[in-house]
Design a protein around this ligand. Structure first.
Ligand code: GTP
Ligand code: MG
Length: 299
């Protein structure tokens, strides 16, 4: 039997369910998810391996009109996958009409000359009659190799989509060991899980203004716990106050929710210490961006 492999990018506007899909396929949380737009900020691999194939999914930041240097980094890293993959999954929501944002992406997809599969997500939110007109509308814009309606949240048709990808794979190497599930180190996943809780618990501009850096992570022999120290970066003093909350209540909540997820991921007991720091306008400062893991070299 020949081994097959390939790289598949998941592209689309913010909030369409790209990370939810990746996590469903991988059966664990690799990319954080939230109802806020622009949750994902880096490319994240989900490496799906069976005894006959390896599909390397690349989740990407939602493509939008960038307003900051961070936004530029995010959009560029999403588009950079077009040079790296064998197939693109272009994800659109079933419950929203095609807009300018989609058209902008379609233009880039046409120019890239990579096979594109249209994935219409969130079918659980619509009446089946609405699906056909949505598909027709997108089909008129460009040629798709396949069109697959799914619900990433409920899992409908997700395995069908993976089957289609499998059928289209070429013979190839196993690029990563069977037990490797992503390309990012544990520290990155830990920082993302803290950021996810901030996204869930705060509103308005705060989710966009936050970055999380893991300062240290090591086993404490005495307590037999992994001791993690993480700093939550914000852009303004007022935001620092909100993240800390009355008597430290908000920070405590963020910490305990994040700790639970991190313990699940590491399969270990964790002691999580969180700090909050103000870094004025970090989203527009190249040096800060690099320090917080948004590095141009990573395109
Ligand atoms: N009803 C429904 N909601 C979904 C589905 N897939 C994702 N969602 C929700 O849509 C929101 C966005 O999901 P994400 O997976 O974070 O979306 P994303 O495309 O990765 O977003 P960015 O990282 O910001 O680009 C979350 O609230 C999800 O729970 C779906 O199939 N059905
Ligand atoms: Mg995402």
């Amino acid at each position: 039997m020949t081994f097959k492999s390939g790289f598949v990018a998941i592209l689309g506007r913010p909030n369409v369910g790209k990370s939810t899909f990746l996590n469903h396929v991988m059966r664990q949380k690799i990319a954080i998810m939230s109802d806020k737009a622009q949750t994902t900020r880096n490319k994240i691999m989900g490496i799906y391996t069976t005894d006959k194939e390896q599909i390397v999914f690349i989740d990407t930041p939602g493509i939008h009109k960038p307003k900051t240097a961070l936004g530029d980094f995010m959009v560029e890293s999403a588009y950079s996958t077009l040079r790296e993959v064998d197939t693109v999954l272009f994800m659109v929501p079933a419950d929203e009409a095609r807009g300018k944002g989609d058209d902008m992406i379609i233009e880039r997809l046409k120019a890239a000359k990579v096979p594109v599969i249209l994935v219409v997500n969130k079918i659980d939110k619509i009446h089946p009659d609405q699906l056909l007109s949505q598909i027709d509308d997108f089909r008129n814009q460009m040629d798709f190799k396949e069109i697959v309606p799914i619900s990433a949240l409920q899992g409908n048709n997700v395995s069908r989509l993976v089957d289609i990808l499998s059928e289209n794979l070429d013979e190839g190497f196993q690029y990563f060991p069977s037990d490797q599930i992503t390309d990012h180190p544990e520290r990155f996943l830990v920082s993302e899980m803290v950021r996810e809780k901030v996204l869930h618990l705060t509103r308005e501009e705060i989710p966009h203004s936050v970055a999380v850096v893991v300062d240290s992570m090591k086993r404490d022999e005495e307590t037999d716990k992994v001791h993690i120290r993480a700093t939550i970066m914000v852009e303004r003093d007022s935001q620092k106050g909100i993240i800390i909350g009355k008597g430290g209540a908000m920070l405590k909540k963020i910490g305990s929710m994040a700790r639970r997820d991190i313990e699940l991921m590491l399969g270990d007991k964790v002691f999580l210490e969180t700090w909050v720091k103000v870094k004025k306008n970090w989203r527009d400062k190249k040096l800060d961006l690099a320090d917080f893991g948004y590095n141009e070299k990573e395109y």
